[in-house]
Ligand binder design. Sequence first.
Ligand code: 16G
Length: 240
Amino acid sequence: MLDKNSYIPIYIQIEEIIKQRILSNEYKIGDAIPSERELSVQFDVSRMTVRQSITNLVNDGMLYREKGRGTFVANPKLEQPLQGLTSFTEDMRARNMVPSSKVVRFEKIIPSVDVARDLQLELGEEVFFVIRIRNADGTPMAIERTYIPVKIYPQLDASMLTGSLYSLIETAFQQKIGNAIQQMEAAIVSKEDSKFLQINQTAPVLIIKRISYLSNGTPFELVRSVYRADRYKFISQISR
Ligand code: 16G
């Protein structure tokens, strides 16, 4: 309830009330919340005050506005830790979500000079080039373009990649995965990826490039992953 005598500013109290309504499912994910006008009547405050509360919740990512349509409850972003060399399958299972993958391309190619260098291959050595759409509970979350040296896994085929690559390597191929180097950058989604990810053509994405090594130091994958920026936030622990 609003307490107009409180030292806590009214717009912050309203923010908290709306947050509670979202958390208690009174306002459901994807639903429109009442208009500024309705809320200002409900709380008996000015529209300006309500607007301030809503703007803060939009900035926090709990709500999003759509021009001419209203303000909606956002799907909470997945928090992805940046430490720990985990796989997509493990990450989703840890959240009780069901991972699935669609292999949209699988071919043997001679990689570019840059890819060959990252994978420590001689010029002309082949790689498998794989594009996979990674889904959580059936919704596309990321798209991955993976280069895997053919000489390490000559027996690889597309049907093996609908499940987890990392568990294939560790269980079927009995190899130990060691570490990886990652870099991340922001971008606007490409036209092709907007279709794969079923998002707007101007949507922001986060791109992670990962080179992963077996424990003996051999690079076994170079991956460019495109993550939906509206569904992911990356968390890292830092200390000094
Ligand atoms: C993650 C990795 C990717 C790896 C994949 C294996 C990032 C940025 N990328 O998506 O490099 O190939 O997991 O997942 O985290 P899988 O074992 O489920 O196939």
